[in-house]
Write a protein that binds this ligand. Sequence first.
Ligand SMILES: *[C@@H]1O[C@H](CO)[C@@H](O)[C@H](O)[C@H]1NC(C)=O
Ligand SMILES: *[C@@H]1O[C@H](CO)[C@@H](O)[C@H](O)[C@H]1NC(C)=O
Ligand SMILES: *[C@@H]1O[C@H](CO)[C@@H](O)[C@H](O)[C@H]1NC(C)=O
Ligand SMILES: *[C@@H]1O[C@H](CO)[C@@H](O)[C@H](O)[C@H]1NC(C)=O
Ligand SMILES: *[C@@H]1O[C@H](CO)[C@@H](O)[C@H](O)[C@H]1NC(C)=O
Ligand SMILES: *[C@@H]1O[C@H](CO)[C@@H](O)[C@H](O)[C@H]1NC(C)=O
Length: 938
Amino acid sequence: MELSRPRAIMAAAGPWLLLLCLAAFAVLQAARAQHDNNGFISIDCGLSGETGGYEDKATKLSYVPDARFIDAGTNHNISAEYVTGSMAKSWRNVRSFGAGTRNCYTLRSLVSEPKYIIRAKFKYGNYDGLDSPPVFDLYIGVNYWYTVNISRSDELMIAEAIAVVPDDFVQVCLVNTGAGTPFISSLDVRPLHRTLYPQATVAQGLALTSRLNFGPTDEYAVVRYPSDPYDRLWFPMVDMLGWAVISTTKEVQHRNDDLFQVPSAVLRTAIRPRNASQKIDLSWSSGSSPMKPPPGYMLILGRPSPEYIVILHFAELQVLRGNAVRQLNVVLNDKPWYPQGFTLEYLYGVVACNSLPFQYSSYNLSVEATGDATLPPIINAAEIYSVFPTTHLGTHSQDVSAITAIKTKYRVKKNWMGDPCVPNAMAWDRLTCSYATGSNPRITSVNLSSSGLSDDISSSFTNLKAVKYLDLSNNSLIGSIPDALSQLPSLTVLDLSGNKLNGSIPSGLVKRIQDGSLDLRYGNNPNLCTSSCNMPAKTDMKLASYIAVPAVLLVVIVSLTTLLIYLLKSKKQGSMNNSITPRNEGHNSLRRLESRQFTYRELEIITNNFQRVLGQGGFGYVYDGFLGDGTQVAVKLRSHSSNQGAKEFLAEAQILTRIHHMNLVSMIGYCKDGEYMALVYEYMSEGTLQEHIDGCNRNGACLPWTKRLRIALESAQGLEYLHKGCNPPLIHRDVKSTNILLNAKLEARIADFGLSKAFNSADTHVSTNTLVGTPGYVDPEYQMTMQPTTKSDVYSFGVVLLELVTGKPAILQEAVPINIIQWVRQRLAQGNIEAVVDASMHNEYDVNAVWKVADIALKCTSQSSVHRPTMTEVVAQLQECIDLENAHGGDHANNDYNMSYDDFTTDQSTNVSQSITAFDMELNLRRSPTMSTGPATR
Ligand SMILES: *[C@@H]1O[C@H](CO)[C@@H](O)[C@H](O)[C@H]1NC(C)=O
Ligand SMILES: *[C@@H]1O[C@H](CO)[C@@H](O)[C@H](O)[C@H]1NC(C)=O
Ligand SMILES: *[C@@H]1O[C@H](CO)[C@@H](O)[C@H](O)[C@H]1NC(C)=O
Ligand SMILES: *[C@@H]1O[C@H](CO)[C@@H](O)[C@H](O)[C@H]1NC(C)=O
Ligand SMILES: *[C@@H]1O[C@H](CO)[C@@H](O)[C@H](O)[C@H]1NC(C)=O
Ligand SMILES: *[C@@H]1O[C@H](CO)[C@@H](O)[C@H](O)[C@H]1NC(C)=O
């Protein structure tokens, strides 16, 4: 594969210097070139008002007040003597934090890109009349960033970082270190495309110490937005040491795959030594900067023992005539970066940089002409960053969302700011966390006893999945107790006593009490229905001693409970037969189905007495069969001993008779014969997509990329039809790679509509109390709200796309099991697609198409549904990927695959069938029906 790469002028490097200043993501960058200021957040801290704001004169960017981003601190205007006419409005007021050790701004919905420029600005201006500028610390999330040490009241201090934000929010925190009251003037956040500044990774951020524009003559002429679409601040370096200026009025471009995208306005000017035989020197020592910002400005430098990233920008601005040669080298502390030197390109930017940080106590950097050069060296711009580690892990993001929702609902103040558990010393009062190396801390106990809580019990408590103790006693909570609390796997103590709760104890909790896994305290709730309803009187304290119950007794209790539940259910099933049809459908809905109806006897013939099992689900088995005309079919028979799935069965039958699409599995007929219910489908000989993704790793027969793309597009079309082609739209609710089936031509069809629901935004029926779906695929927003939407399917489909790209399962069983989305995000944040692509594709893919699919998948799996595309958009994007791949000349690998795959099915069919069964059984512990058809031996 030969992409049209620019001339690789940075190729040669010393052994200690790994250069990565060029990359090959031309297409994405081109798409990115249509900049707008979407995604910019510009906050004027301390500006009064909840809403409103103003347009900044110089940049035309909108600044908003900070009330939406923080709920602590007080507003102040700086003292009038420090206000100057030319000063931007955002410097005129501050928010200061007299209370609390840590105060944080929370910036949400950061989903467009994982990498951001974060800029905080400070002008003390004697706002408090104490004439005593403070010193305090800044953190990005849970990672230390800078110490702000303000020495003069009139100084304008700027702190800037480039950081990867793994979540869809980021916090900027000011920490009081006992040397004065922290304050802030303004806060800017600018998204950067993820491929830019590859030295900024999940593990390290870049803290700006210098960003120099060489050659302007006006010392105030800071280049920023809109000249720089990312709104970096390029500070002019004027007339230093008598350098001569070179400039052009022409546009200076950068290559599409340039990793730094320096704007033309910066590259258009350069300097050279006045004496052509000298060099350009820049020196600085650890903790200082070679930069002299415009009068009044200061960049914050204070990081102890910094490590540096140096990025130098060059562009030839003169047409070289005849034998003139400009050839440069960069020498740092007497070590040349490029043995042969390098030449520049006319009106194109080129970059020299290091990827691994330097760690010296002082730096003597020079740009020199090589021996072959006839012209003096030049330089157009330079950036110097110190590196800061961002390896501290914040609290598990689901816990953070849940506890934040709880904080908001009950207006909890305390010290509830920043990350709940990290750093340990600043963890939130009344919470206990567990810390394990290598994984995010979890919240294990919440004690909001006697905290003046009113209103009902927040459903967010049920999202604290690691919580063991939950104490809400002695408050004014009203409403009923959510049954979903019984789903908290680790919960052992739940204290709700001393509230105003009503209703009865929900059955799930009763069960947990009875099996001894929960100590529920609910005394002193006058309106709560206990003994007269479903609770044995006064058992709560007795059950609290469950630990002491001998194991044998426990087994007896559990068996009795199980027996009781079983009896209750069988009784219910009797009545269910009468009410099996959904509301408004009347008795004979199955008979009204258009498809062919089979008797049980006919099914026996078709399946040769149910001889060969293709797969298994919670409802029973799927059998192989042949119709009279020889058509092969799959027969899904509801086991009549199972009371589960009758509703799902009927739902699926009804849906499948109503909808038809080439990418949805089609139903040939059904059977409703006494107790027996069955659905007859077209036969999908190549089984589930999951087997193909998984089988690849073990058996060497691997789906080539072009097939994966096609399968992705076809499944997307199937889902799009459910969402758009059906009225009201249908939500599948269980999209996953085991529910995408492949026929002999490897065409994809969506299967298993047992959980599908009609969705009507005006209709509240969709909201249910049971979360359905499969772990690893469930939309977090649905999990929070219990309200599935078409975007929940989009989320699950995004997970399937990631499986296709990576060949990995939705949940990776590593030392600490990790969700595929997190796994991919972490790797892509480093700009490295190779680190995620399924190695079994042997690089036979167009890298741009793979990037694009990964990009679509990450958009689909955005935390917040509004940021996810619709299936219609996904289909269009995937079509573009196929076009890209075709342009790349793709289809070569397909025939090979069909051949090797046939071999594989014949040899391995037994193993594969076993693996489906095991897989489905595991799933069915968690959910209702699953349909699978395994590959066939023909
Ligand atoms: C700051 O000054 C503006 C107008 O100059 C005024 O509206 C605002 O109330 C002042 N804020 C404070 C906290 O004094
Ligand atoms: C702040 O900077 C001043 C010099 O500018 C220095 O003397 C002082 O020690 C610094 N304070 C802290 C806490 O770093
Ligand atoms: C230019 O620099 C060289 C070497 O540093 C020196 O020998 C020469 O005298 C300088 N020329 C002028 C005109 O300053
Ligand atoms: C940098 O140059 C200065 C002055 O020429 C010298 O004192 C210092 O040792 C040099 N530093 C390094 C690391 O080479
Ligand atoms: C919660 O805190 C209260 C007092 O702050 C204490 O009495 C109670 O035991 C705590 N609950 C748990 C479960 O630790
Ligand atoms: C219950 O909470 C109130 C404040 O909300 C407190 O004054 C009282 O002491 C608490 N009672 C107990 C028993 O903890």
